[in-house]
Design a protein around this ligand. Structure first.
Ligand code: AMP
Ligand code: GLY
Length: 461
């Protein structure tokens, strides 16, 4: 069996690492990959945004499964092009990918199907958006570019002045290009943020173990927003009751909405939520695995990921057994380059990874790394590495992860020292939860709204 993974980040290294352990012993290819994937797969130098190059590669290699990691090729319709060639693909086509590629599209879908989300308005012209903001009584307001913006398209604004300047940045200065042709302005939600990763083929949804990301650059959730500076899983603070609400009010209705709207979807549905006093509200959908969330997921998933992805790509997710999860805790610490996220400095030599991986519970995933001409490992992107460790509890996982981080050196390295700390204090109050969702949920059409069926009832339900 030949499997091609598209992408070059930590997420793709994590997927390749997990697939390399499959008893099906796949031959792994990665395009373009990174030095981490290069140890487990054959890296092929075709960029993830090069749709034509990837189509040509797939025609030549004829993989049995193609897994598309990042959002850009999904939004560009790579999955459709590959499916036209009768290839098996994990990842939605262009229409499904609009859930991430257009905020207006996803907000319209949410409203149409009464899935809870922040109240919002769409604006196509900056003047009208600014007049609306001048008239707003409630603050803060959230200004969002419609299109893909690599995490730079959302502005939480405390007053009309800053909100109007966000509108100017997006729509007048066009700092995000065509992604800023339209904007969404929405109410600011208050609560704790959670994201839930799931795999769906449009009929069945397999909800993966919750992971908590840490988006700000600095300890204590200070500093600029980033792609994610660290992860912990499981998330003891996410009560079973809230998870069940998310499942019933958001995730199952979303699959149901995809069916009703005839949006084919075979891939990852990664839902960002705010747990407000009034219940969970959707902040956004992503149509791919999270990075660095995936690095924690693969460390905790005990079973084989490959049959899950194959079944999803074939539309047969309902036929597989759900994977089992390691009950231990995983902490992942992202090591970022000097200057990240504004302007990452490249070229610093990295060392100490082998030393760090001497602890058998530690795995270091590569993201922004490359080999220099003389073969040295050097920094080539903003988020450089994700250092993951398993432990019996958050405390042990943190100790191991940070002992490993201390062994890895490169000039200007930045990392947070508090990944998992909040969960550590909560874990002391509450025992670590066992996995809640064990079986794929089968979503069936019914007149009165979404229905769900399981092979085994949830514990306690
Ligand atoms: P998004 O890309 O839509 O997830 O937005 C990025 C981040 O902005 C989220 O992770 C939240 O922290 C914040 N955010 C987005 N929408 C809202 C909202 N309506 N209320 C409060 N915070 C928000
Ligand atoms: N870690 C957030 C993301 O992948 O979008």
């Amino acid at each position: 069996m030949k499997v091609l993974v598209v992408g070059s980040g930590g997420r793709e290294h994590a997927l390749v690492w997990k697939l390399a352990q499959s008893p099906l012993e796949p031959e792994l290819l990665c395009a373009p990959g990174n030095p981490g994937t290069g140890r487990l797969a054959r890296n092929i130098p075709v960029e993830a945004s090069d749709v034509e190059g990837l189509v040509a590669l797939a025609k030549k290699e004829q993989p049995d499964l193609i897994i598309i990691g990042p959002e850009e090729p999904l939004v560009l319709g790579l999955a459709d092009r590959l499916r036209e060639l009768k290839l098996r693909v994990f990842g939605p086509g262009a229409v499904g990918a609009k859930l991430e590629g257009s905020k207006v599209y996803s907000k319209e879908l949410l409203d149409r199907h009464r899935i809870p989300t922040a109240q919002w308005r769409r604006f196509d012209r900056s003047g009208i958006a600014k007049s609306y903001l001048e008239s707003c009584k409630e603050w803060p307001q959230v200004v969002k570019a419609d299109g893909l913006a690599a995490g730079k398209g959302v502005f939480v604004c405390s007053d009309a002045k800053s909100a109007c300047s966000a509108v100017d940045e997006i729509m007048e200065k066009r700092t995000l290009g065509a992604a800023g042709d339209r904007i969404v302005i929405e109410e600011c939600l208050v609560g704790e943020e959670t994201s839930i990763l799931s795999i769906t083929d449009g009929e069945t949804i397999l909800i993966l173990e919750p992971v908590m990301d840490h988006k700000q650059l600095q300890d204590g959730d200070l500093g600029p927003n980033t792609g994610g500076m660290g992860v912990v899983s499981p998330v003891p603070s996410l009560a079973k009751r809230i998870l069940r609400q998310i499942e019933q009010r958001v995730l199952v209705p979303t699959v149901h909405a995809l069916r009703r709207d005839e949006i084919p979807f075979r891939g990852t549905l990664f839902t960002g939520l705010m747990n407000t006093e009034a219940g969970p509200r959707v902040l956004e959908y992503n149509v791919r695995f999270g990075d660095p969330e995936t690095q924690a997921i693969v460390r905790r998933m005990k079973g084989d990921l490959l049959p899950v992805m194959l079944a999803c790509a074939d539309g047969k997710l309902g036929e597989i057994e759900s994977p089992e999860w390691d009950e231990r805790t995983v902490v992942g610490v992202v090591m970022a380059a000097d200057g990240y996220p504004a302007a990452a400095k490249k070229g610093a030599a990295i060392d100490g990874i082998d030393e760090a991986e001497k602890d058998p519970e530690v795995v270091v995933f590569h993201a922004g790394t490359k080999r220099s001409i003389n073969g040295d490992l050097v920094v080539s992107g903003g988020r450089v590495l994700c250092v993951t460790a398993c432990g019996a509890d958050v405390h042990e996982a943190r100790e191991r992860a940070y002992a490993a981080v201390a062994k890895i050196r490169f000039d200007g390295r930045q990392y947070r020292t508090d990944i998992g700390i909040r969960e550590q204090s909560r874990a002391a109050l509450r025992p670590v939860l066992a996995p809640v969702i064990e079986e794929p949920i089968i979503v069936q059409e019914s007149d009165g709204g979404p229905a769900l069926r399981r092979r085994r009832p949830l514990e306690g339900s």
